[in-house]
Design a protein around this ligand. Structure first.
Ligand code: SF4
Length: 381
């Protein structure tokens, strides 16, 4: 018999969802052990990125940097290269700064959400997730999934990010956290997020399979998809970009280092904006001359593709091109030639890899998306 007082609706809801989570949670690698470093890396990678995209990179990253000290000793280039494909590189730079700060101060990973929050790149959510999962602190971690579940369970009105909505969500999350003596805070935070990720999904919540449907106000009202209300986002910007794949006699590819945010430090192919597919070749010649100080001769146009960076929808027109003059090192000293098989060693975005694939320099391999680009360079067997 339970030694607890009679269950309140909040306590019942909590116990029901925790029971479901323990039976149904996905076997994710960062859940295998509540190691603070593994939790920290996973939480940073999962910010604005889906689990499916994170998994292949996560294992490689923690194998290469098994603790904060190893990452602190790495150069920024090494960190960005290990992060390649995940996007939002500011996260990797902030993680790098944070472990360097700990190393400089001779400290281990802080155990409380309050101390974690003082490190670069760690906000309220990430601090609470690490503190609750790794150290058992009853800190409330509310990500987008948990926010959606709570807003639907209790029909919380208002826009995400606005004070009345966020205040009400936090109040509910704290009441639920405390409802059963704040037991198992890490599991509870993950249970709420797991329900949002797998059952209470944005467009079509699977209410028939939901373990807490009996507690859900919006399901009873038939208004599930009305919560949470969406604030108007920034307008989408459409861009057309011509990019050039230029090779030297050894099959190496010409790349330039980006100087501006948010892609600062990443290598890209020479490129230039254009108004139409027909104008792409001329724009490429003109733009690469003014931007990189080189003169290109487009030789062959390959099939285009779409690429998205934040609110920019980019139509990419890839070309194979010849370098007429001069070699990089003049106007744009950050230019260099890199062999395709060495691309994993330099920080570069997924658009570069897609363009190489389009011109036939790489091909996809099924399975691990982190290694899906298999280089087929001219001097390979
Ligand atoms: S009943 Fe439906 S809307 Fe309510 S929490 Fe469950 S899945 Fe979400």
């Amino acid at each position: 018999m339970s030694d607890l007082p009679p269950a309140s609706p909040f306590r019942l809801l909590r116990r029901t969802l925790l029971g479901w989570f323990r039976k149904n949670r996905r076997p994710l690698p960062f859940r295998e052990s509540p190691d603070a470093w593994r939790v920290w890396v996973s939480e940073v990678m999962l910010q604005q990125t889906r689990v499916e995209a994170v998994l292949p990179r996560y294992e490689d990253f923690v194998a290469r940097f098994p603790d904060p000290g190893t990452l602190a000793e790495a150069s920024e280039d090494e960190v960005l290269a290990a992060w390649a494909g995940l996007g939002y590189y500011g996260r990797a730079r902030a993680l790098h700064r944070a472990v360097r700060q700990l190393a400089a101060e001779g400290r281990a990973i802080p155990r409380s959400a309050e101390s974690l929050r003082r490190l670069p790149g760690i906000g309220d959510y990430t601090a609470a997730a690490i503190a609750s999962i790794a150290f058992g602190e009853p800190a409330v971690a509310v990500d987008g999934n948990a926010r959606r579940v709570l807003s639907r369970l209790f029909m919380v009105e208002g826009f995400r990010g606005r004070t009345p909505f966020e205040g009400r969500i936090r109040e509910l999350a704290e009441r639920l956290m405390e409802a059963d003596g704040a037991r198992n805070p890490g599991d509870w935070n993950q249970a709420l997020m797991e329900l949002g990720a797998t059952v209470c999904t944005p467009a079509v919540p699977r209410c028939g399979r939901c373990p807490v449907r009996e507690f859900c106000w919006s399901r009873v009202a038939g208004r599930q998809t009305e919560f949470p209300e969406r604030p108007p986002g920034p307008p989408t910007v459409s861009v057309r970009l011509a990019v050039a794949v230029v090779r030297d006699g050894e099959g190496r590819i010409l790349v330039f280092r980006r100087g501006e945010s948010p892609m600062r430090g990443l290598y890209e192919l020479p490129c230039g904006e254009c108004r139409s597919d027909e104008a792409a070749a001329a724009a490429l010649v003109r733009e690469t001359t003014s931007r990189y100080g080189i003169h290109l001769q487009p030789a062959r146009e390959a099939a285009g593709f779409r690429h998205t960076v934040m609110n920019r929808r980019i139509a990419v027109v890839p070309f194979e091109a010849d370098l007429v003059s001069p070699a990089p090192g003049g106007t744009a000293p950050e230019g260099r030639f890199v062999h395709p098989r060495d691309l994993d060693r330099i920080p570069s975005g997924s658009m570069l890899r897609k363009a190489l694939e389009r011109v036939g320099l790489t091909r996809r391999t099924p399975g691990n998306p982190a290694r899906r680009l298999l280089v087929s360079a001219p001097d390979d067997p």
